[in-house]
Write a new protein. Structure first.
Length: 258
């Protein structure tokens, strides 16, 4: 076995939404495999906290941060200009930033549902396009999009969220085919409920939690590290023949019938 297939030494990865939760866990996982990491998020304090924590655990690695709202076009361009200044191109892009407002379909204002699309879908598409010249500086590079089971089946997230994630899954397939000849693999993961700050309020309701667990064959809530592990696998040379795929990290939720 070639151990290099399971390493990311010398690679540079950009993770959006990297200040907490799944994004921070992804950064940790990539650092553990030897990559240097660039983190982007809106929360300057959270970013600095993440950077400090990660450097304490991985002092031999590089961790740099950039405060940006990827839902904003100008800030997206500023972020990629910053990445380009490192002069190394980019080996890995993880489009993890996302957001949601849960309402009945008829209760959304136009601004609300458009903003959900802006942060979940349009930001990932634009960052992927902007990163393309940097990714193609290397013979092999990859994009991993963080989708959702809500893009596959109905859950109680609200229609715009599910619509935006379904479109992200299709974007993954299209870009994977279009950019394969350039050495850029594009995949995504689709989590179910993961234990993060964003899900803590809903999961604190014992009745709601029971409903979630009844629909989850493995019988528990997922952890950010479990999503991060799937993302990391899709970045490794070991997955070099995998592209255009969407891996559910859902405890069997999508496979549960009756």
């Amino acid at each position: 076995m070639d151990p290099k297939r399971w390493r990311l030494d010398g690679q540079l990865a950009l993770v959006t939404g990297g200040s907490a939760g799944i994004g921070r866990a992804i950064a940790r996982e990539l650092l553990g495999f030897g990559a240097d990491v660039l983190l982007a998020a809106r929360d300057a304090t959270g970013l600095e906290s993440a950077r400090t924590e990660l450097l304490e655990d991985f002092p031999e690695r590089e961790v740099n941060t950039f405060v940006a709202d990827v839902a904003d076009e100008e800030q997206r361009r500023e972020l990629l200009d910053w990445v380009e200044d490192f002069g190394e191109g980019l080996h890995v892009l993880v489009n993890n930033a996302g957001g949601n407002v849960t309402k009945a379909a008829t209760d959304y204002t136009e601004d609300e549902w458009r903003q959900i699309f802006e942060i979940n879908l349009f930001s990932a598409f634009e960052l992927s396009r902007y990163a393309y010249p940097l990714l193609t500086k290397h013979a092999a590079s990859c994009i991993v999009n963080v989708g959702s089971v809500s893009g596959v089946t109905h859950v109680r997230s609200g229609a715009p969220y599910g619509m935006s994630k379904a479109a992200m899954h299709q974007m993954t397939r299209n870009l994977a085919v279009e950019w394969a000849e350039d050495g850029v693999r594009v995949n995504c993961v689709a989590p179910w409920y993961i234990r993060t700050r964003r899900t803590s309020d809903k999961l604190a309701d014992p009745d709601y939690l029971d409903e979630v667990l009844l629909r989850t064959p493995l019988g528990r809530i997922g952890e950010p590290e479990e999503v991060a592990a799937a993302v990391a696998f899709l970045c490794l040379p070991a997955s070099a023949y995998v592209t255009g795929e969407c891996i559910a990290v859902d405890g069997g939720f999508l496979r549960y019938g009756f």
